[in-house]
Design a protein around this ligand. Structure first.
Ligand code: ADP
Ligand code: MG
Length: 225
């Protein structure tokens, strides 16, 4: 219970994450600045070019994972998550095709209506999509990502099921901790942000996973009744 309390405390505001993101951005910025000054002094730009580009790329990844949400207006509309997913499928399909992942989207026939901030919802879906794509080992030849949406009681359940490498218990236990990442170029911002957004919508965010089997991320939103 105590653990749950500290966890909720960590999750209480995005500002905690935002502060960390600002910090994370300052590091590459100062590297870039230093290398530009060096290249100016030494008249050898070539030598520092790769570092500057890779630091810029890193900043871009951090911004994609987080900042694009906080920039947008915070308005919610009554709309169907299935329609929102539909509007993302072209983008998701392209992304999946690029990584040899089969995308299987499946909805209920009647669209469920929830109170959703569109840009935040999209941010959640894209973060989860990216995590799924990054979860595949080179050796996995048949890769799939299933996106299922269905009504259960007073909620709509959206599931993202991948057959990637899954997570061991140690990773699952730490999931949701800001800046927790197992990736070389990870930010650890995606999952905490998704969880925060879903919970701000009065919903629930659940993850189950098994090593070498795959991961099932479930986001649950309350329905318009
Ligand atoms: P990042 O993707 O930058 O590492 P996230 O917060 O998005 O940060 O994810 C945190 C960690 O959770 C990842 O580093 C990874 O270990 C694990 N993870 C998230 N989604 C999946 C998934 N679909 N399959 C396997 N592991 C995952
Ligand atoms: Mg991620």
């Amino acid at each position: 219970y105590e653990e749950l309390l500290t966890f909720q405390h960590q999750m209480q505001t995005v500002s905690h994450i935002a502060a960390g993101v600002a910090h994370e951005l300052r590091n590459p910025l100062s590297v870039i600045k230093g290398f530009l000054q060096l290249s100016h002094l030494t008249c050898d730009f070539q030598k520092y070019y790769n570092t500057i580009i890779s630091e810029l790329n890193r900043m871009n990844i951090i911004i994609e994972d987080f900042l694009s949400v906080s920039r947008k207006k915070n308005t919610r509309k009554w709309q169907s998550p299935a329609n929102l997913i539909q509007s993302l499928t072209e983008l998701m399909k392209a992304e999946c095709l690029l990584h040899s992942v089969e995308l299987q989207v499946q909805f209920d026939k009647t669209p469920s209506i929830c109170h959703i901030n569109e840009s935040m919802f999209k941010q959640v879906m894209l973060n989860l999509l990216r995590n799924a794509i990054e979860a595949f080992d080179e050796e996995t030849s048949y890769r799939y990502l299933k996106v299922h949406s269905k009504e259960i009681g007073e909620f709509v359940h959206i599931e993202l099921i991948d057959n990637g490498k899954g997570m061991p218990k140690e990773v699952l236990n730490q999931l949701g901790r800001p800046f927790f990442t197992t990736k070389d170029k990870g930010t650890g911002v995606g999952i905490p942000l998704c969880k925060k957004i879903v919970e701000d919508h009065g919903g629930q965010f659940e993850v189950s996973s098994e090593t070498n089997v795959g991961t099932n991320v479930k986001i649950i939103f309350p329905l318009l009744l």
